[in-house]
Write a protein that binds this ligand. Structure first.
Ligand SMILES: NC(=O)c1ccc[n+]([C@@H]2O[C@H](COP(=O)([O-])OP(=O)(O)OC[C@H]3O[C@@H](n4cnc5c(N)ncnc54)[C@H](O)[C@@H]3O)[C@@H](O)[C@H]2O)c1
Ligand SMILES: O=C(O)C[C@H](O)C(=O)O
Length: 346
């Protein structure tokens, strides 16, 4: 699989295309920040490119894919916002795309079809992620990495192993993006509890696949007195199956792209704010962790100038959540081990 991904990269390489926008907005007092999207021409990549172009914290937006990035970059570059846009296509341009990056966002890889689990994507996406991380270690070893490609429970450990081998691993800079689980939990909880969604917060811990997604509705704010145990069970199941709900609705045309682009933009914005020294930026993310016996775990994380400033604990859990935590561990453990093994054997 690794070999065929490499061949695909070579086949689709095109002439360099560097498309600079004329920015109509001044940079204000924000520092220069370069954000790269790997997989920028895809279902997530395109709307994520749009949302990052709209973010005034971004001064340079680098869009990379194995093909079709010149068109996406030309299109997005006409928007009169701060970021200067450059498009890169093909492996030969990957280094140039990455150089000088502060944040690398990775939505590269294949999405699910109905009937598949996220782990069914491993055989293709593990190789893609591995080759991209080798390039990150070489060209921008200090960048924060926001991993979106599935199965996140395994692709993050793969990235960690690649960076360890390259001698560039910094656990504070590697994030599995689980923001979509939080986005869903907030939406579903607010709808059921009839609360204003903009005021709702729900931590989601564990990992990013099925039962490993554990929303902590006992810690949701504002508190709702109208929800019983059955409601919480149903909300938990819907959050865990949110990705599958979209995959089935799209009926073979892929998985969540628009809500994921939104979630990816929210998380990248939080990382940018942390880098810029904005205090008290807290988001859930799948990171290297010691809050359970598992080496990677999603929980609330405080973001700062170096990435992860603090991995926050789980807080008090309900009996239902304690049960969920116990039952997610075997699957999460084996997904982590699968990623570590892949990275070290191939
Ligand atoms: N973390 C999450 O919450 C979450 C949510 C939704 C989707 N995803 C995952 O995100 C990934 C992408 O989903 P999508 O719907 O955008 O898929 P897509 O097929 O629409 O787009 C993927 C893009 O990746 C590109 N690509 C493939 N190999 C590449 C390489 N070596 N380098 C750079 N780009 C490469 C493709 O050319 C394509 O443009 C999938 O693995 C999906 O499961 C994760
Ligand atoms: O469900 C998927 O395969 C995509 C993503 O992980 C999601 O949660 O929507």
């Amino acid at each position: 699989m690794l070999r065929s991904a490499g061949a695909a990269l070579r086949r689709t390489t095109t002439e360099p295309s560097r498309l600079m926008s004329r920015s109509c907005y001044s940079s204000g007092s924000h520092p220069e920040r370069k954000v790269v999207i790997l997989g920028a021409a895809g279902g997530i990549g395109q709307p994520l490119s749009l949302l990052m172009k709209l973010n005034p914290l971004v001064s340079s937006l680098s869009l990379y894919d194995i093909a079709n990035t010149p068109g996406v970059a030309a299109d997005v570059s006409h928007i009169n916002s701060r970021a200067q846009v450059a498009g890169y296509a093909g492996e030969e341009q990957l280094g140039q795309a990455l150089e000088g990056s502060d944040i690398v966002i990775i939505p590269a890889g294949v999405p699910r079809k109905p009937g598949m689990t996220r782990d069914d994507l491993f055989n293709i996406n593990a190789g893609i992620v591995k080759s991209l991380c080798i390039a990150i270690a070489k060209y921008c070893p200090n960048a924060l990495v926001n991993m979106i490609s599935n199965p996140v429970n395994s692709t993050v450990p793969i990235a960690a192993e690649v960076f360890k081998k390259a001698g560039t691993y910094d656990e504070k800079k590697l994030f599995g993006v689980t923001t979509l689980d939080v986005v869903r939990a907030k939406t579903f909880y607010a709808g059921k509890a009839k609360l204003p969604v903009a005021e709702v917060n729900v931590p989601v811990v564990g990992g990013h696949a099925g039962v490993t997604i554990l929303p902590l509705f006992s810690q949701a704010t504002p508190k709702s007195n109208s929800l019983g145990d059955e409601d919480i069970r149903a909300l938990t199941k819907r959050t865990q199956d949110g990705g599958t709900e979209v995959v089935e609705a799209k009926a073979g045309k892929g998985s969540a792209t628009l809500s994921m682009a939104y979630a990816g933009a929210v998380f990248a914005d939080a990382c940018l704010k942390g880098l810029n020294g904005v205090p008290d930026i807290v988001e859930c993310s799948y990171v290297q962790s010691t809050i359970t016996e598992l080496p990677f775990f999603a929980s609330k994380v405080r973001l700062g100038k170096n990435g992860v400033e603090e991995v926050l604990g789980l807080g008090p859990l309900s009996d239902f959540e304690k049960e969920g935590l116990k039952s997610l561990k075997p699957e999460l453990k084996s997904s982590i081990e699968k990623g570590v093994k892949f990275a070290n054997q191939s």
